[in-house]
Design a protein around this ligand. Structure first.
Ligand code: SF4
Length: 372
């Protein structure tokens, strides 16, 4: 089975883009999209690279994808169906694969040790297709640079995220001390007592006292939170050295966050956030929406199937669980905002828009007074 990048695009969504992102579904209901959304350049590049391999000259050889290509199940599934073996377990890959197979490094990159091991395992360098996003590499470089200068490294990143493992591995390789902070609350605790709950997120924390440090962020965090964390840490009792901000948020994240802020300010009564539940940038868009209009008006869905006739199944990222609510607030809203993260293909967005359209029209017809 072949995979084509065009399967992730959508003529309908392109038209909506050209029309300024607004669709009037009925006289009473408008769907609004932000000025920027969907696949970023890094995701597009990674998907295109994998697509070329699947359909190209290496087709006869097994293709191993080392982790999810991007955090979108629809995209990963499409490639898995195209014959790509997706594995999150490095040991399994080294046990089952041949050095002559093709190995694809996803957009998030690999932790340093795994990257080195893979390069030592393959029969030739050309067996590795490296789809690491250049903006992820920029964070690695910032971490290594800070370490070389003798600075401790403080990472603002999502704990357990593939990208964060890669940044952490490069930071601890050179820096005298390192800590990973995921939230502002964690930063407060850390500022107070140089500690976090999981010890695996700390590397020589005692050396931070009196040391210069560099704060850098995973590419997809909320910029406002990184700034807040910086402020908190600079007021810590142990902070006696100099503090440096690396500013490693990627441009695509910045643009999508700004566009989402703009959309939230347009008076949406309800906001639907579409994307993979493991996607960091999608989670940040959801958090921004919740801050703006309240959790009861925001719904994080993974596909159009989460929108059912009477209810909506939605993910609650703060609790890492799924919830279910009546979909009444969505169907009654006059302005519905839809946000899609950098790893969400237009094809998925199209399906969601069509589903919304059907549900809203169905409700409008059901409510029409009967004429006999
Ligand atoms: S969100 Fe940013 S860092 Fe991540 S793949 Fe896209 S461009 Fe690269």
């Amino acid at each position: 089975m072949t995979v084509s990048v065009s399967r992730f695009s959508s003529e309908l969504v392109n038209k909506v883009r050209e029309n300024g992102g607004t669709i009037a579904i009925s006289p009473d209901c408008t769907i609004m999209l932000p000025s920027t959304f969907g696949f970023c350049t890094g995701v597009n590049r990674a998907v295109t690279k994998l697509n070329d391999i699947v359909n190209g000259k290496h087709i006869a050889r097994p293709i191993w994808l080392l982790g999810a290509m991007i955090h979108n199940p629809a995209v990963n599934e499409a490639f898995a169906k195209g014959g790509v073996q997706v594995s999150t377990c490095a040991e399994e890959v080294f046990e089952k694969a041949s050095p002559h197979d093709i190995f694809v490094i996803p957009a998030f990159g690999l932790p340093l040790e795994l990257d080195k091991r893979l390069r030592g395992f393959v029969a030739a360098a050309e067996n590795i297709v490296d789809a690491t996003c250049p903006f992820v590499r920029r964070v690695w470089n910032a971490a290594e640079q800070a370490g070389k200068q003798g600075n401790a490294v403080i990472i603002h990143g999502k704990y357990g995220h593939q990208e964060t493992y890669g940044i952490w591995s490069r930071a601890v390789n050179k820096a005298p001390a390192c800590v990973l902070l995921s939230t502002v609350e964690e930063a407060r605790v850390f500022a107070e007592n140089l500690s976090v709950v999981e010890k695996s997120r700390l590397f020589n924390p005692e050396k931070l006292a009196g040391c210069d440090w560099t704060l850098l962020n995973q590419t997809t965090m909320l910029s406002t939170e990184t700034a807040e964390i910086a402020e908190i840490l600079q007021k810590a009792r142990w902070h006696r050295g100099k503090a440096f901000m690396a500013g490693t948020l990627c441009p695509a994240t910045r643009e999508r966050q700004a566009a989402a802020q703009e959309l939230c300010a347009k008076g949406c009564e309800v906001i639907i956030v579409l994307g993979g539940t493991d996607s960091s940038n999608t989670t940040q868009l959801y958090r921004m929406a919740v801050e703006r209009i309240g959790a009861e008006h925001c719904f994080f869905v993974q596909s159009e199937l989460d929108l059912q006739t009477d209810s909506v199944r939605h993910f609650i990222p703060f609790e890492r669980r799924w919830g279910s609510s009546m979909n009444e607030p969505i169907l009654k809203a006059r302005r519905i905002g839809v946000l899609a993260g950098a790893s969400c293909p237009d094809s998925e967005l199209e399906r969601l828009l069509i589903r919304l359209d059907c549900l809203i029209l169905r409700k409008a017809v059901a409510n029409e007074p009967r004429t006999t």
